[in-house]
Write a protein that binds this ligand. Structure first.
Ligand code: SF4
Ligand code: FE
Length: 489
């Protein structure tokens, strides 16, 4: 692995020159800009853990392509154990950062593309799989961060990609050349996009025959000519100013992942970086596999950061002298119960993993969708309990500037202290941490990241196998299984 640790990862980003805008201005260095640096530090943790012996079993893997030791985030799952190790790694990273560390999106894109490229080649005799393996070996050996780019803006949702009034609402091929393709369009909600090295573009939905130019998978460097990123605003992002160390809540890491719009304005992609071009019937399974891998993650990364939240609430209860209350214990128990239920489904869908024809392992798709669906409910309930236990002062707390003021600092300290012997600063810091972990952008991400709840419900219904279940009921009641001929009126 060329990039060996977090510092080298940041150094590698400084060598790139992506076109990134935030609040109308260009960001020159994402590792130092206050809006992006917290997210860079969270992603850097994926590199840092891989450099520590203690964590190497989870954070690294052996490449089945080269035999080299690689980051797990560039690995193609070879068995059930790989799937489970990823889940454990995500929880650990959630605990270390208390936020989204972003690198899983590219990892899931790599795994989905690997298996689908193989299957396209089997059907059409194309060479996408060989191209993809070459690109992947480059990613593994350099240890690069990849942003998995799936979601298109979608324009009029009642129309298919090819039917849009504005054809750029979905990324598409505008020109096919001998040596590659030229693409146009945009991807939105791109977690970790501004601090990745490479973009792996995938279709966002199943495609009809007319949408051939939209059935595209390819890889583009973040600073390729024609690529522009616009970094999104998040709740309280002004507090990321370096001076706001207490009020920001998490002094080192971002509230959530750090998302961007990535626009592609006639970007040339060489042939060897194209892994699907027009095979519309494979777009659906690629989306489905990517989504299932990513939905499996949510019961792990979120559980990691909920561990931090439960810890913050538990310690705040001590600081406030309420920790012995039976209702406090009861609510902390409920938070843990919900959180561990999420984790159980991440483990379960990995334990029920299965090999695709390429050899790459997939999670159980039903259980992965159930896992993410539960996150859209339980994380909200856990946040509600955290806010309940913390108390109303997290909404009315004076700023850190008042805390440090010569005029009123003594009053803030006096009236925001808790049990004797614990500095009031600790209570204030805990309040800000809980505020940021239960606030706007964090919960929106839990609801819609890896697909909105309705997307999971569609999949859950599709995989419910109602026919089989009806047969079970009939068998139990002795009702004949044969189809009855329908009577004509
Ligand atoms: Fe990874 Fe979770 Fe962030 Fe998705 S939300 S990129 S799974 S940490
Ligand atoms: Fe996410």
């Amino acid at each position: 692995m060329k990039i060996q640790n977090g510092a080298q990862y940041m150094e590698s980003l400084r060598k790139l020159h992506p076109r990134i805008f935030y609040k109308g201005e260009r960001i020159k260095d994402v590792t130092r800009h206050p809006a992006t640096a917290p997210h860079v530090r969270a992603a850097a943790m994926t590199y840092a853990l891989a450099s520590k012996k203690k964590y190497q079993d989870l954070a690294t893997a052996v490449s089945h392509l080269t035999g080299h030791t690689i980051s797990r985030f560039t690995h193609v799952h070879q068995n059930m154990e790989d799937l489970i190790k990823k889940i454990k790694l995500l929880r650990l990273l959630g605990q270390k950062t208390g936020t989204c560390f972003q690198r899983c999106v590219g990892h899931d894109g790599i795994n989905a593309t690997y298996s689908v490229a193989y299957e396209i080649d089997q059907k059409y005799g194309t060479d996408y799989f060989e191209r993809f393996k070459k690109w992947l070996i480059y990613i593994q050996d350099e240890n690069l961060m990849v942003v998995g780019a799936m979601t298109d803006p979608k324009g009029d949702r009642s129309k298919s990609p090819a039917e849009q009034v504005d054809p750029d609402q979905y990324v598409h091929i505008v020109e096919r050349r001998e040596d590659g393709v030229v693409i146009r369009g945009a991807k939105i909600h791109m977690t970790g996009g501004v601090n990745s090295h490479e973009i792996l573009l995938m279709p966002t939905t199943a495609m009809d025959e007319k949408s051939r130019d939209y059935a595209l998978v390819c890889a583009v460097p973040v600073d390729a000519p024609g690529v522009t990123m616009i970094f999104g605003r998040q709740a309280s992002d002004e507090r990321r100013d370096r001076k706001e160390r207490i009020d920001v809540g998490k002094p080192k890491f971002g509230a959530v992942g750090g998302e961007a719009v990535i626009a592609f304005e006639d970007v040339f992609v060489p042939k060897e970086r194209v892994f699907m071009d027009g095979e519309t019937e494979f777009a659906g399974s690629l989306v489905y596999r990517f989504a299932a891998h990513h939905r499996a993650n949510y019961g792990a990364c979120k559980t990691g950061l909920i561990d931090v939240l439960i810890g913050a609430v538990g310690y705040l209860a001590q600081v406030q002298g309420t920790s012995k209350g039976s209702h406090v214990r009861e609510k902390i128990t409920e938070m843990s119960h919900l959180s561990e239920t999420l984790y159980s489904s991440s483990i379960a869908c990995s334990a029920e993993g299965w090999p695709t024809p390429s050899g790459a392992y997939m999670v159980d798709t039903m259980l992965a969708n159930v896992c993410k669906q539960n996150v859209t409910r339980f994380h909200f309930e856990i946040a509600r309990l955290a806010v309940d236990l913390a108390g109303g002062f997290i909404a009315t707390l004076p700023s850190q500037y008042d805390l440090k003021s010569e005029d009123v600092g003594h009053l803030v300290r006096k009236y925001f202290s808790g049990v004797a012997g614990i500095p009031p600063e600790e209570r204030i810091k805990l309040a800000r941490l809980i505020e940021t972990m239960t606030g706007g952008t964090t919960l929106v991400e839990s609801m819609h990241g890896a697909g909105s709840p309705q997307a999971q419900r569609i999949m859950i219904y599709r995989e419910s196998n109602i026919e089989k279940k009806m047969k079970l009921a009939k068998a139990l009641l002795g009702i004949p299984q044969k189809k009855r001929a329908s009577k004509k009126n």
